[in-house]
Design a protein around this ligand. Structure first.
Ligand code: ZN
Length: 86
């Protein structure tokens, strides 16, 4: 039996490494712009700890990681998503 090792990614806020499946993925899609948990392109990851997704510097960190400005609409989507984790 081959044990598949998880893909590890780093949270942009706390810089802890997690299994990718346990992180929120924010992708700057080539065609569709910033997307949550989908899309192809440069991605940033945030863990599901309250400290991280409510980080006041998160917006800046995301913009830096994605090398892109963030659409205010994205934060509506993001906030709706993280509402599930409270
Ligand atoms: Zn984190």
């Amino acid at each position: 039996m081959i044990k598949k090792s998880p893909v590890m990614r780093k949270c942009i806020s706390c810089r802890t490494t997690f299994d990718r499946n346990d992180l929120l993925k924010i992708t700057n899609d080539h065609k569709l712009g910033i997307m949550l948990n989908q899309g192809m392109g440069r991605s940033a990851y945030i863990c599901k700890s309250k400290k991280c997704y409510t980080d006041s510097k998160l917006k800046k960190k995301l913009q830096k990681a994605l090398k892109s400005g963030l659409n205010p609409d994205f934060f509506d989507i993001f906030e709706r998503e993280i509402a599930n984790y409270k």
